[in-house]
Design a protein around this ligand. Structure first.
Ligand SMILES: [Zn+2]
Ligand SMILES: [Zn+2]
Length: 474
């Protein structure tokens, strides 16, 4: 009944990493053109409005586990073995099969339905978790649904709105019946000419979260709104201050004192070229459960926070929940005579297959602890630091942050549109003092990195930070 309640309120989606997608395609799309199947295990990633099943590991059939003969079928022993492993690990069971001569989003045949219904009964009685069915078309297009008990213990299923393959690129597969494409309305002719109508259908269906609506986040929102993005999640707990007016995009004197989420939401509504705009907002720190769950509804996140704790949490989400994060930061230093030592801004996309923010030194772990203790907002603590300490950094100018925002949106395009070579989109750093852009794609995560060693663990490793009504000290 617990899941009945969840699926009455929330949409359903599936996510898998690029390496898992590759091994599944090798197995399921057979050279002899026959249908095939395999079991896998999944982990929940529960957002505020969307429940995602992350395919964590595949348990391929061994000899004698299945019969390949037109309509493939599995032997009971194989299912039992999978259920036992799922129970031991606390994961759910998924059954994946191929439709060798079909393309695009797949429906279920009567055989598919009866097989999945029977599998659900066995899987649920062992794991007490819903069961996930997935189908792979010959073109590599995924479709999926989730099975659970209805009101009167009847067995029901819900189609997913999307399946996503996540790695150096983000490949979404959408269910047109639940999330239909928005056709361009004439305002974005030049934009659509860049990536074509087919990709525009996918890109404009993505839900994009922007965490931090300051000098970078406000510009990112403006660009995404103009590009036709229709689903936004905005997270920021701050209000507009007088000293923000030199750097916020679309924010004016009259807005002083208003919540940034309200002002930026209004700006997006004005700038949007989409016919079906949806904006969700949270005036919370990302460490608060409300904001955290809302970010799990997203397909891509922009990390525009200026403090380390938010970066740390977003780094966790990128790997554990398979939601790519595009992060940027500005670093400026003056010497004792107020002469500029350097002004650099750096942008990275973090997702499975790429190095994480911790290993890229995008934040200092020791600063995360300081922020948790409220010391970053403690004026006497900050004043006590040496003059050129990075935490004392209070210089910035709009061309720096607008340039960084543009570079972040270029990373977004590299991630979601097939226009560039994603390998080139490692760490990029603009060095203002020397006037050039440097590229760094040699960094790898440390061997024992906590983030890249926990790809796709979803809610199974969950650090709850704040409950709904608590606020961070900052
Ligand atoms: Zn089938
Ligand atoms: Zn790492």
């Amino acid at each position: 009944m617990e899941y009945l309640k969840i699926f009455k309120q929330k949409s359903f989606s599936c996510a898998l990493s690029e390496p898992i997608d590759e091994t599944l395609k090798l197995h399921l799309l057979r050279e002899d053109g026959q249908e095939d199947l395999t079991f896998a295990l999944w982990i929940p990633s529960e957002g505020k409005n969307r429940f995602t099943a992350i395919i964590k590991e595949v348990i391929f059939p061994e000899k004698g586990d299945r019969n390949v003969h037109g309509n493939v079928s599995y032997n009971y022993e194989y299912l039992l073995r999978v259920c036992r492993t799922a129970l031991k690990k606390g994961y759910g069971v998924a059954l994946l099969h191929s439709h060798p001569i079909s393309f695009g989003w797949q429906g279920m045949s009567d055989d598919d339905k009866s097989t999945e219904m029977k599998t659900f009964v066995n899987a649920f009685s062992t794991t007490e978790l819903p069961f996930v069915g997935m189908t792979l078309g010959n073109d590599g297009y995924w479709s999926s649904r989730i099975w659970y008990y209805g009101e009167d213990e009847d067995i029901i299923y819900k189609w997913s709105e999307s399946v996503k393959v996540v790695g150096k690129k983000l490949q979404p597969f959408f269910n047109d019946k639940i999330l239909p494409a928005t056709k361009p309305n004439g305002q974005t002719i030049r934009t659509v000419n860049v990536w074509g109508e087919e990709q525009n259908d996918d890109i404009t269906r993505l839900r994009v979260g922007v965490i931090g609506l300051g000098s970078v986040g406000s510009v990112v929102c403006e660009m995404l709104a103009r590009m036709g993005i229709s689903k936004f999640v905005l997270i920021d707990y701050d209000t507009v201050k007088k000293h923000n007016l030199d750097r916020l995009c679309g924010v004016f004197k009259d807005d002083i004192g208003e919540r940034k989420i309200d002002v930026i939401k209004r700006n997006i509504e004005k700038s949007s070229t989409s016919n079906n705009l949806e904006i969700e907002i949270a005036d919370k720190h990302i460490a608060n459960e409300v904001a955290y769950r809302l970010s799990l509804d997203c397909d891509v996140l922009f990390s525009c926070v200026d403090k380390p704790w938010g970066r740390y949490i977003l780094n966790h989400i990128a790997y554990a929940h398979l939601i790519p994060v595009i992060d940027g930061g500005i670093s400026i230093e003056f010497d004792d005579n107020k002469k500029l030592n350097f002004a650099d801004w750096t942008v990275h996309t973090v997702s499975p297959g790429r190095p994480c923010l911790h290993c890229l030194n995008a934040y200092h772990s020791s600063d995360v602890e300081l922020e948790k203790q409220g010391l970053l907002e403690d004026t006497s603590y900050i004043q006590g630091l040496p003059d050129n300490h990075h935490l004392k950094n209070r210089e910035n100018i709009s061309p720096f942050s607008f340039n960084l925002a543009s570079m972040e949106v270029l990373h977004f395009m590299a991630l979601v549109a097939n226009l560039v070579e994603p390998e080139y989109y490692g760490e990029q750093k603009y060095r203002f003092k020397h006037g050039f852009l440097s590229r760094n794609y040699d960094v790898e995560c440390e061997k024992n990195c906590d983030f890249t060693n926990h790809v796709g663990v979803g809610d199974s490793i969950f650090e709850l930070f704040f409950s709904e009504n608590e606020e961070p000290k900052s």
